[in-house]
Design a protein around this ligand. Structure first.
Ligand code: PLP
Length: 246
């Protein structure tokens, strides 16, 4: 293999990588939880399963993986029927309004609501189905132009608006901080998110709850937990480097 060639791992190799990493990551999640004064079971270990074969995902679920999340609607649809029951299904990626109909009613949590408009559409679709959709509000904590999500200072006013919408219930916040090589910088973003989360929780907005703070990925999930995350979304550290990227 030349240095730049992409890794192409087989299903069997992926299963082995998962088996090698799963207990280790669970242990690291537990340790970070305890370090921050919480219980290991208070943290939801969600696997980010984009590009990962359904056989590998189902193997992981059969070994006790508690939750899985896709970030593309098309990919979610191509996998959902074959997906083993027993793990929570979340949607973690950017959701376009016109694709919300493919997700509503099929996942237990949508992490990435980035506008009042999207919340309204999810609400309408949910009401038609006679359900309430649990959602998180995505926060663009690094104020990046390339990312969607509410700016920190806009979250409260938008939450007030969204909490009036029938068919959705806001359960917390989610963020993807800027990619940075400096881990202390990421920790500062996590701290800022946690303070925002606490501040909003203290406002006790009707028809919402601040229970979940979804942040932390392969390279920084321990820091995120130590700073207050209770859902971490982990891909590469669990399944190995992805075969192809989007
Ligand atoms: C891919 C992805 C992750 C996981 O990223 P890794 O660095 O592979 O752990 C987390 N959250 C979202 C929204 C993702 O798309």
């Amino acid at each position: 293999m030349t240095e730049n060639s992409s890794v192409e791992l087989s299903v069997e190799q992926r299963k082995e990588i998962f088996a090698d990493n799963f207990e280790d990551i669970k242990g690291r999640i537990s340790a970070a939880a305890i370090k921050s004064g919480r219980k290991p079971e208070d943290i939801l270990f969600l696997a980010a399963t984009k590009t990962i074969d359904i056989q590998v995902i189902n193997y992981a679920i059969s070994k006790g993986l508690p939750a899985v999340g896709e970030n593309k609607v098309q990919e979610f649809l191509s996998k959902e029927e074959q997906l083993l029951s027993g793990a929570q299904r979340h949607f973690i990626g950017h959701l376009q309004s016109n694709k919300a109909k493919d997700i509503v009613g099929k996942v237990s949590l949508i992490h990435s609501v980035h506008s009042v408009k999207l919340a309204r559409i999810i609400g309408e679709l949910s009401v038609k189905k006679g359900i309430t959709s649990d959602i998180l509000l995505e926060v663009n904590i690094g104020k990046e132009e390339s990312k969607s999500g509410f700016l920190a200072e806009e979250v409260l006013e938008n939450l007030k608006e969204i909490s009036k919408i029938k068919g959705v219930f806001v359960r917390g916040l989610m963020t993807i901080p800027p990619i940075c090589s400096n881990s202390s910088k990421n920790r500062a973003y996590f701290k800022e998110m946690y303070n925002l989360f606490l501040d909003i929780r203290s406002k006790k907005i009707d028809n919402s709850s601040m229970e979940f703070l979804s942040m932390g990925m392969s390279d920084d999930f321990e820091a995120a937990i130590e700073e207050g995350a209770n859902i971490v979304r982990i891909g590469t550290a669990l399944f190995g480097k992805r075969n192809y990227t989007f």
